[in-house]
Design a protein around this ligand. Structure first.
Ligand code: ADP
Ligand code: MG
Length: 695
């Protein structure tokens, strides 16, 4: 019956309210607030205390503080000097106060008519016209209206979404949501955690006498509960993904045979102890019939490539293919040359596959991969295109893995045969601090090369004011005359690639003019791959003395004779980028120098960065400080975390909770009777976002 009445209602009237609701909904959705639980877990960033009203006289005496007063409007006028503004006078028994609005609506003028009772909250100032509040928050009330008994939440909000709308949406959701606790009672008791419902309610509506400092620095037990729940969800999800992966099959690459032996024997150097150790770890993983997922971390220049090649050799020895994917053409090319030079004499067919190949060449390479004739394939993300079918892919190696998106890595992993998933070895010179590794990569095994090959001389790093550029050019000149080579890295201009290109060209021209007796080269992202290659080859062969470059040389480039690195406007680069760039030198036996040219005055963060660069060359230490300077969210960036997955926990201060969450997650997954609790917990905290954790 009721339905019929609704349908019969005039279309216009019926259409209006839902339209309004839809916009609020879409604004909420923009903040990621879709379900009731999303809203409930949208916690305040701070609070306003509207629980007390003070007399106007007392507020005036206090001055300079935010206070809430209540009074009746005695005067309401629009003044035009010095500009149009609304002046509203209110009074209580103790005194008078002016509310001043510079921007206001006509409706406000009417709303604040004489005789209206108002509660106003704002900072009290003593202006030219006496005591006043400029743009106070205010409410029209009836006499005797009760004061709130809890603090008023202020939520993180988005454009066009008022606190009022958010507060109402959240309060409504709180009434509908299922409050059941998703952490078993014995865990709550053992860890002395707050219960879920009271903790959430306290955070939204803290009672007047709450310890506000503990709320502000998130050390309040209610916050601890939120952080623990969040970390637990993450650990549960990661561990489940790990189990799912283990339940999948992979080809067991059992044979470390003649190729591996011959290759290792042919190397012009002995593996370092650290390389040997990680190789042992990788070899053991590859023998398993479930897919390896291992991150090989090692500082810039620690020798990851040869370890990767030895892993590939095991795959080939076992009758499977291996693929190596690198993020840039320069890097892929360098791997190809180096590894092909090592392997082809031993009878291995290595294919080369990048986006810049001509159609015919690409087709030929693809055919080699498909037929299985190519045992090793090296290339860029061209490797993961649909047209590329592997005959028997056993191992996937991803260099500089942090440069790839989650989706790209996933695609390559799906290139195995039938239900078999290839083993995966990811390499990165951007070390991930322990707490991060544990939370974001709980699903990965991690191997670390913590030792550089012998014979490297430490790099001396100096920060030099940009106005001493001429001296630096002279220094490059002197070094070149001694037979050393230099990189000259152009300033990063993030806003505009065109401008960056222009700067690179100009730098090249000034250097070429200033150093007429030297050969200066230029390499940047806009060159065609073949042109890039030509320059890099000339530099590698020692024919070019100074290589002017943009950050295209940031990763992987390996020219051991280069021993001088100049980075212009070093203050514009991030720490890990500076570390990567600097890692291009210090690869040979000559003492290397890195000069960081900066433009003064330096900001605080830039100063800290340059200081860090001067103080240490240890990539792990640099990563740790980077984390300190930038915080984990930015450190990882969206590309690594899929989404900023931790909203509440702070890995720096809540490391102890990570450990606890991991142990509890482990225990819960052991016990089948906890299944539904685990499911409910994951649904509550991750909803649809779980996929990101599975890669
Ligand atoms: P990264 O870990 O930064 O990728 P590379 O694999 O490019 O480092 O290795 C850096 C350089 O060190 C290369 O020239 C490589 O051939 C050389 N190298 C690797 N391992 C050793 C070793 N055990 N002894 C001497 N040189 C090595
Ligand atoms: Mg490398």
């Amino acid at each position: 019956m009721a339905e019929t009445t609704q349908k019969a209602a005039p279309a216009k009237a019926a259409a209006k309210p839902p339209a309004k609701k839809a916009t609020a909904e879409s604004k909420l959705a923009k903040l990621g607030l879709r379900s009731d639980m999303d809203l409930v877990l949208h916690l305040p960033m701070r609070y306003e205390d509207e629980t007390q009203v003070v007399d106007i006289r007392e507020a005036c005496l206090r001055g300079g503080h935010v206070s809430q007063v209540e009074g009746v409007v005695t005067k309401n006028e629009i003044a035009y000097k010095p500009r149009r503004q609304l002046l509203v006078q209110i009074a209580d028994e103790t005194g008078e106060l002016q509310l001043r609005f510079m921007n206001f609506y006509g409706s406000q003028v009417k709303q604040l008519a004489e005789g209206t009772r108002v509660r106003a909250r704002g900072e009290l100032k003593h202006g030219f016209f006496g005591a006043e509040m400029v743009h106070p928050a205010y409410k029209i009330i009836n006499e005797g209206a009760p004061l709130p008994t809890s603090l008023t939440p202020v939520y993180p909000s988005g454009e066009g979404l008022s606190q009022l709308v958010l507060r109402r949406a959240i309060a409504d959701a709180m009434r509908r949501v299922d409050w059941r606790d998703t952490v078993p009672a014995e865990v709550i008791e053992r860890m002395r955690l707050s219960n879920f419902e009271p903790a959430v309610k306290l955070l939204h509506y803290p009672p007047q006498q709450v310890d506000e400092n503990a709320l502000a620095d998130r050390s309040h037990p209610a916050w601890t509960r939120m952080k623990f729940d969040e970390l637990l969800a993450q650990q549960l999800s990661l561990k489940r993904a790990q189990r799912a992966r283990r339940s999948k099959g992979a080809a067991a690459l059992k044979k470390v045979g003649t190729l591996s032996a011959a290759f290792q024997a042919a190397l012009p150097f002995k593996l370092t102890k650290a390389q040997q150790r990680v190789l042992t770890e990788i070899r053991a993983d590859l023998r398993q019939a479930y897919p390896m997922q291992r991150l090989l971390q090692g500082d810039v220049g620690s020798g990851k490539t040869v370890v990767a090649a030895l892993a590939a050799a095991q795959a080939i020895d076992s009758g499977f293919q291996a693929a190596l994917m690198a993020p840039t053409e320069i890097l892929a090319d360098q791997h190809f040359r180096k590894i092909a030079a090592w392997m082809e004499p031993l009878g291995v067919k290595v294919a080369w596959l990048t986006g810049s190949l001509k159609k015919k060449e690409k087709a030929a390479a693809t055919a080699l991969v498909e037929s299985g004739e190519a045992q090793l394939v090296i290339g860029t993300h061209a490797l993961i295109q649909d047209t590329v079918q592997f005959s028997k892919l056993g191992l996937v190696i991803v260099d500089e893995q942090h440069r790839f998106g989650v989706g790209q890595r996933l695609t390559l992993r799906n290139k195995g045969q039938g239900d078999l998933v290839p083993h995966q070895l990811m390499m990165s010179a951007t070390p991930i601090p322990r707490t991060l590794a544990m939370t974001y990569y709980a699903d990965l095994e991690v191997s670390v090369i913590d030792e550089l090959p012998p014979g490297r001389t430490p790099i001396v790093t100096r920060a030099v004011d940009q106005n001493r550029r001429d001296e630096v050019i002279e220094r490059v000149h002197a070094a070149a005359l001694e037979g050393r080579q230099a990189y000259w890295v152009c300033p990063l201009i993030e806003e505009s690639e065109a401008l960056q290109l222009q700067t690179a060209t100009e730098t090249y021209e000034t250097l070429a003019a200033a150093l007429p007796d030297l050969r200066v080269g230029l390499v940047h992202g806009r060159l065609k791959p073949a042109e890039k290659q030509e320059v890099m080859d000339a530099f590698a062969a020692g024919e070019v003395h100074v290589l002017v470059a943009t950050t295209v040389i940031e990763v992987g480039v390996d020219v051991p004779n280069a021993s001088l690195m100049v980075i212009e406007h070093a203050e514009r680069f991030g720490l890990s980028q500076l570390h990567q760039l600097r890692g291009r030198v210090g690869r040979g036996s000559a003492a290397s120098v890195c000069l960081l040219l900066y433009q003064s005055p330096l900001g605080h963060v830039a100063k800290q960065r340059l200081m860090t660069m001067r103080e240490t060359t240890d990539g792990f230490e640099i990563a740790r400080r980077d984390l300190e300077i930038r915080g984990p969210g930015e450190f990882l960036g969206a590309r690594q975390s899929g989404q900023a997955m931790l909203r509440f926990a702070d890995l720096e201060t809540d490391g102890w909770l990570v450990d606890q969450a991991r142990d509890v997650a482990h225990a819960l997954l052991q016990e089948p009777q906890h299944q539904s609790t685990v499911d409910a917990h994951l649904e509550r905290w991750l909803g649809g976002r779980e996929e990101f954790l599975k890669v």
